[in-house]
Write a protein that binds this ligand. Structure first.
Ligand SMILES: NC(=O)c1ccc[n+]([C@@H]2O[C@H](COP(=O)([O-])OP(=O)(O)OC[C@H]3O[C@@H](n4cnc5c(N)ncnc54)[C@H](OP(=O)(O)O)[C@@H]3O)[C@@H](O)[C@H]2O)c1
Length: 334
C-alpha cells in the first residue's frame, strides 16, 4: 500500500516550526504472521512528543531526525495475519503520524463501539488514565478538600477536575482563555476557574478562589502558577506533578523561588508520576472512565484538525493552547 508519513526533519529549538517536519511517501512492508495492516483514522498529538523531539535524557529514548513522528492512533484493521483481529475491527495502536502501518497484533487494544472511537485517544485513553491514576493514587483527594488543577481545559485537566467533583472536592481550574474558563464552570461543574493570562501574578486570585487553602494540586503546567500554589498549600497537601508544559519549549531552565521549606513546614508530598506506571491497572481505569462518560458524569470535548498533512500545525497549536479538550488529527473518515 502506498503510504504517507510525517517525519521529524529537524530537532526543534524553542517552539516547533513547520520546517521541523516533512511529509514523505513510502510503501508499507508486507504483513507477516502475527501482524496486521492498519489504516489510521485518528492520530493523537500530545505534549510529551515535544520531549521526544529533544535530545535531553528522559524516561524514553529521544526520536532521531528522520524518524516517523511517534504517537497513539485509532485505526481500522485492513488485513490481519493474527487470529485476534479481522478486517474492519477498530483498534487503539501506537503507530505514529502515518496513513497506514504494519504492526504486531500484540499490544493493540480492540475497541468496542459503545463510545465514539476517538475517545480511545482522550477521555477513555491515555489522557483519561493519567487523570484517573494521578488524581486517585498521587493526590488521594477526600470529599470536602480543595483541589486545584492547572491546564484544566485540556485532555487530562478537564478529566481530573470532573473526577474531583465526583469525589466531592471543591475544584478550582486554571486555563488560558475566557472561553475555556466558561466551559469549566458552566459545563463541567468546576466550582471556580480563572484565566492565567489575565492574572500574571496568580497568588491573589488563587487565594480568593481557595479561601480554605489548597489540599491537592494536580500540576500540568509548572512555572509561576505552581510557585503561587505552593504558597497556599495546607498541612499534608498532596501535589501530583503530571506535566510542566510551560517549560517544554525553554532553551534554558527557568529559575524560580526555592519552595522546599514550604514542603517541609506543611509536611506536604510532591510526587511525579508517569501513566505507564499504572499499565497493569489500565482495565480498571478504562472501565471507570467509560462508565462515567456514559452516565454523563464526565463530559469531554475534542478539537479535531483534518488531514495528516496538518498534524504538525495541530501539534504546534496544542503547545500554544489552541485546543479545548483533546487535540486530535482526523486522517481518514470512519
Ligand atoms: N505524567 C504523565 O504520564 C502524563 C501523561 C499525559 C500527559 N501529561 C502531561 O499533562 C499535561 C497535559 O497534557 P494533555 O495531553 O492533557 O494536553 P492538553 O492540556 O490537552 O494541551 C496542552 C495545553 O497546555 C496549555 N499550555 C500550553 N502552554 C502553556 C503555558 N506556557 N502555561 C500554561 N499552560 C500552557 C494549553 O492550554 P491553555 O490555553 O490553558 O494555556 C494547551 O491547551 C502536559 O503537561 C503533559 O505533558 C503527563
Amino acid at each position: 500500500v502506498r503510504n504517507q508519513q510525517i517525519l521529524m526533519a529537524a530537532r526543534p529549538v524553542g517552539l516547533p516550526q513547520p520546517s521541523d517536519f516533512s511529509l514523505v511517501e513510502t510503501e508499507t512492508p508486507p504483513v507477516n504472521d502475527g501482524e496486521v495492516l492498519l489504516e489510521t483514522l485518528y492520530l493523537s498529538v500530545d505534549p510529551y512528543m515535544r520531549g521526544r523531539m529533544s535530545e535531553a535524557k528522559s524516561y524514553a529514548a529521544p526520536m532521531q531526525v528522520g524518524d516517523v513522528m511517534i504517537g497513539g492512533t485509532v485505526a481500522r484493521v485492513l488485513e490481519s495475519k493474527s487470529p485476534k483481529f479481522t478486517p474492519g475491527d477498530a483498534v487503539e495502536a501506537y503507530t505514529g503520524w502515518q496513513r497506514y502501518a504494519v504492526t504486531p497484533a500484540k499490544g493493540l487494544r480492540k475497541l468496542h463501539r459503545s463510545l465514539p472511537l476517538s475517545t480511545a485517544l482522550g477521555v477513555c485513553g491515555m489522557p483519561g488514565l493519567t487523570a484517573y491514576f494521578g488524581l486517585l493514587d498521587v493526590c488521594q483527594p477526600k470529599a470536602g478538600e480543595t483541589l486545584v488543577v492547572s491546564g484544566a481545559a485540556g485532555a487530562v485537566g478537564s478529566c481530573v477536575g470532573q473526577i474531583g467533583k465526583i469525589l466531592g472536592c471543591r475544584v478550582v481550574g486554571v486555563a488560558g482563555t475566557d472561553d475555556k474558563v466558561a466551559w469549566l464552570t458552566n459545563d463541567l461543574g468546576f466550582d471556580a476557574a480563572f484565566n492565567y493570562r489575565r492574572h500574571p501574578e496568580p497568588f491573589k486570585t488563587l487565594k480568593e478562589h481557595c479561601p480554605g487553602g489548597i489540599d491537592c494540586y494536580f500540576d500540568n503546567v509548572g512555572g509561576p502558577l505552581t510557585d503561587a500554589v505552593f504558597g497556599l498549600i495546607n498541612a499534608n497537601a498532596r501535589i501530583a506533578i503530571c506535566g510542566q508544559i510551560s517549560q517544554y519549549n525553554n532553551t534554558k531552565p527557568e529559575l524560580g523561588p526555592r519552595l522546599l521549606s514550604t514542603v517541609l513546614v506543611r509536611t506536604a508530598t510532591v510526587r511525579g508520576f508517569l501513566v505507564f506506571q499504572y499499565l497493569d491497572r489500565a482495565a480498571e481505569g478504562y472501565e471507570k472512565l467509560g462508565a462515567w462518560v456514559k452516565e454523563g458524569k464526565i463530559k469531554y470535548q475534542e478539537t479535531i484538525v483534518d488531514g495528516l498533512e496538518n498534524a504538525p500545525q495541530a501539534f504546534i497549536g496544542l503547545l500554544q493552547g489552541v485546543n479545548t479538550g483533546k487535540m486530535l488529527v482526523r486522517v481518514s473518515a470512519e
